[in-house]
Write a protein that binds this ligand. Sequence first.
Ligand code: ADP
Length: 492
Amino acid sequence: MSMNLELQARTLIRDNNFINGQWVAAAGGRRFAVTDPATGKLVADVADSCPADARAAVDAAAAALPGWRATLPKDRAAVLRRWHALILEQQDALAALISLEQGKPLAEGRGEIVYGASYVAWFADEATRIYGDLIPQQQRGKRMSAIKEPIGVVAAITPWNFPLAMIARKIAPALAAGCTVVAKPAEDTPLTAIALVMLAHRAGVPDGVLNLISASRESAVEAVGEWLADSRVRKITFTGSTPVGKYLARESANSLKKASLELGGNAPFIVFEDADLDAAVTGLLAAKFRNGGQTCVSPNRVYVQRSVYARFSTLLSAKVAELRVGPASDPASQIGPMINVRAVEKIARHVEDALVNGALVLTGGRRLAELGPHYYAPTVLANATSRMLLCNEETFGPVVPLFAFDTEQEAVQAANDTPFGLASYFYSQDVRRIDRVSRALEAGIVGINEGALASEAAPFGGVKESGYGREGSKYGLDDYLSIKYLCQGGLE
Ligand code: ADP
């Protein structure tokens, strides 16, 4: 990254909470460090919030709710469109900020800005299309209708892997629906989210409508706990791990908050013998290695039909061996550092366990300590089996385990043999098989001869323990609305 770009990114850094339109330090005066995962160097110290800060954010959001929900949808749309324009104006600086705190290559960061912003544009339009129903008359003199209303104050909690897109796709529909928001970004990557909120304010989001607090992992439990206990918060929207999602669902049940949970996956990627193998390799590379494999839709288990297994593994390993690993500051880097030491250690543990249980390294298979403590080599492992850790947990790193299979039924059964059900992928050129397998896969998202699935126009979300709720698409606003039934009598 050029010095100039880093300076641009630094102009977007704010290091305090944003509550009721003001930048405020944490009530307890504490701060925590945000570091660059490529170098371990300090990027900024930010507010480490306590329950009093969380409460102040809800006070502001609750006070702003009546005014914001009363605005005309087209006026909310106009604010969102201005926000969209400001995000795109700052594309380079925001991408550089993402690279600084999250480590992904600049080109990927630039892509994330456009992707995240696309939800803001999408929901600007959707704001003006929140239709209700006039119900066909059931009785003389009575009119029945259903209208949709904003659900109220929304609490948004987001992960570090897409520091801009994950929070944008929660805030945008909430604001479009007429809700007000309290948000807490991940402790590893709060700076991009803070910058995004600053741009929203510049775009004209009124004071109190959008509030953000940052917190270290230790403080997050109590701060978010305050939101969970507060009955003024009517909805929790969360992207992150399944254990934390379950905890949030349990805790928010006390005040019966609505929840949208986008949780972990364990995505299968199936290559049938009738697939276009080159296309399957290209699709797998795109799906697997984006963000170094640190995405919830990243293929975690790759099933290859035995008759094409050798050819596919040779093609794939050659491509994976060519991937360039390095810091975002080097424009040639395709895979950056993993987010933290915990993440690299999990990857190393999964690979060691696979090797002990009979897997073979085709390429990679080691940490790249010469680059820094957070780097892991892009890896392909042959002879993977269902006993291995990497079959049962999300590895969240640049590791492709190859499993051989014989029949379609066996592949589908193995693919579904997991508590998770977010994304799934398969490659085949047989139309009947495409129809059968797309219906048989237990997943919220199916990629058919395609590795790049995400779009603001499509419903994104999981089944089983990957959660519930959908983000994006014409369904994406439903999670932020409640339906009110009006029954008017005495009309004749
Ligand atoms: P990851 O393993 O990717 O860090 P997590 O589910 O642990 O995913 O974290 C996602 C988000 O949830 C982050 O913003 C994190 O601070 C928050 N979080 C983690 N644990 C808790 C908790 N007990 N209460 C509230 N928020 C939490």
